[in-house]
Design a protein around this ligand. Structure first.
Ligand SMILES: Nc1ncnc2c1ncn2[C@@H]1O[C@H](COP(=O)(O)OP(=O)(O)OP(=O)(O)O)[C@@H](O)[C@H]1O
Ligand SMILES: [Mg+2]
Length: 329
């Protein structure tokens, strides 16, 4: 099921599932599962940025971590550059690990406070025995790549602002020449002006090195600035995937419509904000049929019992996929 126009995929994800067992005590039998990721499929092309959006708890981080084998998948398939990622043993996985990196929301907690910046950004290279040149020279080159200079070499994370710290974690992530980076809420904790700078840096690096990103955010207004395509996630599943403009200008799924209606438009109030009723149901016990039916303003009777099919639509000639009964006839 290759996606139209995506060419040869760098990453191909099929029916991916990550379920966390629910136990009363550490070694007691499982009493069910939190179905954090529950049947997700998509392709990512080389050099492409796919934005992943959805409310808190819908499974975005778990999906990103499962793709990098930081979380164990319960089922499905992930093919990365021809490698069946989920079935590789640790030894076979090791050379691929450097190609797959992650950048987190809070660089302060992901940067070791006791290491100087030059040691932080070269840590991966040293671990992989790939430090080529003097440590200071390599670290300086990496810092230049992210808009910092050699004055940062001997300083520690707490001496930097949030935006600068995110630059340091980006330098560390690109040090091993990755191909694919999961950016998990990478700019969410930053001021709007700093967000824009970090997004520009990520776009720059993507062009320079042909990087692909899975750019996770709960904020569509951030995602629209960086992604070629957007995937919308609800309760462990994708509900809509398409080119960014198509998804934002012509959202089809009622859940996406609600998210898009909340994007602030500078200078004017949005005329029709769709406010969803109720809380997100528990992923341990997702609703039957369409998982969104309990909150959907347009829910029909069969949405409660029948799983929505994948429907392929076109918006201005561009493919757009949506899982919703509204479009299935
Ligand atoms: N290690 C774990 N063990 C058990 N449940 C987990 C674990 N990690 C995540 N979960 C659960 O899986 C679901 C998805 O969590 P996840 O962190 O992936 O969501 P998210 O979309 O990234 O949310 P946020 O926007 O708040 O970061 C949640 O219900 C969460 O409580
Ligand atoms: Mg998360």
């Amino acid at each position: 099921m290759a996606e139209a126009g995506s060419g040869r995929a760098l990453l191909s994800v099929r029916d991916l599932r990550t379920w966390f067992p629910i136990r009363r005590l550490l070694f007691s039998p499982s009493r069910g599962y939190v179905k954090a990721v529950d049947g997700v499929s998509f392709d990512l092309s080389p050099g492409e940025t796919l934005g992943l959006v959805g409310e808190s708890g819908c499974g975005k981080t778990t999906l990103g971590r499962t793709l990098l084998r930081l979380e164990r998948a319960s089922g499905g398939r992930v093919v990365y550059n021809g490698h069946d990622l989920l079935s590789l043993g640790e030894a076979a996985l090791r050379p691929l690990r450097r190609r797959l990196q992650m950048i987190f929301q809070d660089p302060y907690s992901s940067l070791n406070p006791r290491l100087a910046v030059r040691d932080i950004v070269t840590e991966g290279l040293r671990q992989h025995g790939q430090l080529d040149g003097s440590l200071d020279a390599v670290a300086t080159r990496l810092l230049h790549e992210v808009g910092l200079d050699a004055s940062a070499l001997y300083r520690y994370p707490h001496e930097f602002s949030g935006g600068q710290r995110q630059r340091i974690s980006i330098a560390r992530a690109i040090s091993l020449q990755p191909e694919f980076i999961v950016c998990d809420e990478a700019v969410s904790a930053l001021d709007v002006s700093i967000q824009a700078q970090i997004i520009n840096l990520l776009v720059d690096l993507r062009h320079r090195y042909g990087l692909s990103y899975l750019f996770i955010s709960h904020d569509l207004s951030v995602i629209r600035h960086i992604s070629q395509r957007v995937a919308v996630m609800y309760l462990g599943r994708l509900v809509e995937v398409g080119e960014t403009r198509a998804v934002i200008d012509a959202p089809q799924h009622p859940y996406t419509q609600a998210l898009v209606s909340a994007i602030p438009v500078p200078g004017k109030a949005r005329s029709r904000r769709i406010v969803l009723r109720g809380d997100v149901p528990s992923p341990a016990n997702p609703p039957s049929g369409c998982r969104f039916h309990t909150r959907c303003p347009q829910a029909m009777d069969h949405c409660k019992t029948v799983e929505p099919p994948l429907v392929r639509l076109k918006h201005n000639g561009v493919e757009h996929r949506v899982w919703c009964h509204l479009y299935s006839h």
